[in-house]
Design a protein around this ligand. Structure first.
Ligand code: HDE
Length: 704
């Protein structure tokens, strides 16, 4: 990391030097400034290594004549540019990738031979990409959407990809439904919208006809799908996998990532506004955290269980629409992941990384989950068209970091130059060509399969509502209101009334009160009938582990505080709040009407980190407003200042104010509550800033 930092800052110095030279040089005929050659710049060349003398002007027949076809420099440059883009991922196109490492803290030697899970203290490099699902590569970071959570471990025994999500269950039970699900959620094919949104007819039409989705519907309508930061999301492997020990015995396992910063989400109205204020909100947040050395960390945990235990579960663990409650099989923390290095190049790494659930190492194996089984095929298949060649494993971000070699040959973009006349196995001609290794090579679990071949779903997959009900009933009252309101919001965007009604019908199996709230929110005239359920709904104990509020940490670590100032603000008050927030672990930004800063009461200038119009309060977890009387008067005519405090209040944030700040609140018609704190009482502000003022919500919006 140190080395990384040095490289970055020396690049910066070089750029600054270049700029200085540029400004001192003479304009050329075309009006642009010529860079001065020399220094330590390498020569600009074509892809054939020919030095380029002029990168500003194409070759012309005469000064005002046509451009010549013979200009190979122009043709090469434009041709390469024309082919810069590759197909984006069919799903999970928008993502943020970061390098890091995994460190094992407890050995699973009893259960597996996989070295990454048995060598305590060993650090394994990895690359993690967290993504949205529905939107295109250029869509915003904050739609209501599931987040992909994919980790590529470069282990000593080959690459292991754990390609999961931030939600432990999925929409469907069988891979054959995936293309339909994705077509339904993506923009509608005739009109080409909406982008990155599930709030439209085709999605809810499909869902209303797919009862198995109801558990996932509860999760996606909860605030899990509007996270505050990628650093504050959980990750789940979703499917059951198998671990295999040296005796060949297998144990089922589910994988979990738990963020050190705890869980935190935004509020829907806030999310919508963040999308406008900063479409790259999550990517920027991750970038800034890594650059400032605040490396995000996750615990890695497993749930382990045997076939005999699984046989007693009141659901089938091979059904990806079910989770295994932590109360039934507790989580065992076995390691940690730290993300500590931003990629050098977005395209080369984040865009070209190719995850595949089929990438596993000896000691780990698949379960029969039919969703997982379909995924094993899909990922390599999609990479072939996305990356364009069967040699995509040679791209540095995808290549294993352990030795690897076989007799696969040739193909588009082959980067290797294998030597010798042998490209097959077995052979007797070569002494050092790769050979199979029965003792330590990959072995599948020795499972006996019997039964009749058919296209049928197991009876044990029939219960679609029990865990959905358990999820809803496990939430705090605030979270239940958010789920009901999210359903009302989404279904209100659905034009077809029968689809709205069908969804409310399903909700009746989950909870009558929820169905009633949503029906009322949609102004349905009468309560729709519930559809026939394939299995009766079972009562399950509520689980606090399913909440977000219960998992929010009482901390300012990883959070952001904005201080709004203007000319005449009191420097000492700003300093005091800033120090208290920084000491508590928050990142603090000064916001002022002008980015150059504000002239404080003592005449000094304080530079701003953001201009008021472009730095609304939605970008912060809590705000302080420090204003002189004149400053408050000036800002009372500025709608972005009024919005700054109104939104902070509406999004349930703590607001610290001095006398001028209080005056601005008055202009904005904001009342008083426990979250409005005197700027002098810095400790009270810090305490209030660590949470959201949930009790305020009923005064600021009508929730379903
Ligand atoms: Fe994926 N999924 N998926 N998926 N998935 C892809 O692979 C697919 C599913 C997940 O950051 C694609 O390289 C099928 C569940 C993540 O690059 C594609 C099915 C889970 C990512 C694909 C599923 C995931 C993908 C698109 C149903 C959570 C992004 C581009 C059987 C456990 C990885 C690509 C990254 C990406 C297929 C369901 C997670 C098309 C057929 C369940 C995190 O191959």
């Amino acid at each position: 990391m140190e080395k990384e930092k040095t490289t970055r800052s020396s690049t910066k110095r070089k750029q600054e030097k270049g700029t200085a030279l540029k400004s001192g040089s003479q304009p050329a005929a075309g009006g642009e400034l010529h860079q001065v050659a020399g220094g330590d710049h390498p020569a600009l060349t074509t892809n054939q290594g020919v030095a380029i003398s002029d990168n500003q002007n194409s070759l012309k027949a005469n000064p005002s004549g046509p451009t010549l076809l013979e200009d190979f420099i122009l043709r090469e440059k434009i041709t390469h540019f024309d082919h810069e883009r590759i197909p984006e991922r069919i799903v999970h196109a928008r993502g943020t990738g970061v390098h890091g490492f995994f460190e094992l803290t407890a050995s699973l030697k009893k259960y597996t031979t996989a070295r990454i899970l048995t060598e305590v203290g060993e650090k394994t490099p990895l690359f993690t990409r967290i993504s949205t699902v529905a939107g295109g590569a250029g869509s915003v970071d904050t739609p209501r959407d599931v987040r992909g959570f994919a980790v590529k471990f470069y282990t000593k025994e080959g690459n292991w990809d754990l390609v999961g999500n931030n939600i432990p269950v999925f929409f469907i039970q069988d891979a054959i439904k995936f293309p339909d699900l994705v077509h339904a959620v993506k923009m509608e094919p005739d009109r080409g919208f909406p982008q990155a949104a599930s709030a439209h007819d085709t999605f809810w039409d499909f869902i209303s006809l797919t009862p198995e989705s109801m558990h996932m519907v509860m999760w996606i309508m909860s605030d899990r799908t509007i996270p505050r930061s990628l650093r504050m999301t959980e990750g789940f492997g979703v499917h059951s996998f198998r671990l295999i020990n040296d005796a060949g015995e297998s144990t089922f396992v589910k994988f979990h990532w738990r963020p050190k910063l705890g869980l935190q989400s935004t509020i829907w109205d806030e999310t919508v506004k963040i999308a406008g204020a900063d479409p790259d909100f999550h990517r920027r947040d991750m970038f800034e955290a890594i650059e400032s050395g605040n490396f995000p960390e996750w615990e890695f945990a497993v749930q382990l269980f045997t076939q005999e235990e699984a046989d007693k579960f009141p659901f089938d663990h091979l059904d990806a629409t079910k989770l295994i409650p932590e109360e039934l099989v507790p989580l065992k923390v076995i390691g940690r992941m730290v993300l500590d290095r931003w990629p050098d190049n977005f395209f080369a790494e984040t865009e070209q990384v190719a995850y595949c659930p089929g990438n596993i190492v000896p000691g780990i194996d698949f379960s029969n989950d039919p969703l997982l089984q379909g995924r094993l095929f899909s990922y390599i298949d999609t990479q072939l068209s996305r990356l364009g060649s069967p040699n995509f494993h040679q791209i540095p971000i995808n290549a294993p970091k352990c030795p690897f070699g076989n007799h696969q040959r040739d193909g588009h973009m082959q980067m290797e130059q294998p030597k010798g006349r042998v490209a097959y196995e077995p052979n007797s001609l070569s002494e050092d060509s790769p050979r199979e290794t029965p003792a330590k090579g990959f072995k599948s679990a020795g499972i006996t399969e019997t039964g009749e071949k058919s296209r049928i779903r197991a009876e044990s997959f029939a219960d679609h509502y029990s865990q959905a009900r358990q999820f809803y009933l496990s939430q705090t009252a605030y979270e239940q209101a958010h789920i009901a309101s999210a359903l009302v919001f989404e279904l209100s965007k659905v034009e077809h009334v029968h689809v709205r009604e069908a969804m409310v019908g399903h909700l009746r199996h989950i909870d009558e009160d929820l169905a009633g709230r949503v029906a009322k929110g949609l102004a349905l005239e009468k309560m729709p009938d519930a559809p026939l359920a394939a299995a009766s709904v079972q009562e399950m104990e509520p689980s606090a582990a399913l909440q977000i509020i219960g998992k929010m940490k009482d901390t300012l670590e990883g959070r952001a505080i904005g201080i709004l100032i203007a000319d005449g603000s009191e420097g000492a008050a700003i300093k005091k709040i800033k120090k208290a927030a920084t000491d508590a672990g928050a990142a603090v930004k000064i916001v002022a009407p002008k980015v150059g800063g504000a002239k404080l009461a003592d005449g000094s200038m304080l530079a701003a980190d953001g201009q008021l119009a472009g730095t609304p309060s939605v970008l912060f977890d809590a705000v302080a407003v420090i204003l002189s009387d004149e400053g408050a008067k000036a800002l009372s005519k500025e709608s972005s200042a009024i919005d700054f405090v109104r939104d902070a209040f509406g999004h349930l944030k703590a607001i610290a104010v001095d006398k001028g700040g209080q005056a601005l609140l008055k202009t904005a018609n904001i009342g008083q509550d426990a979250g409005i704190v005197n700027a002098d009482d810095k400790d009270d502000f810090i305490t209030a800033a660590k949470t959201r003022q949930w009790d305020r919500e009923k005064f600021v919006r009508m929730l379903a």
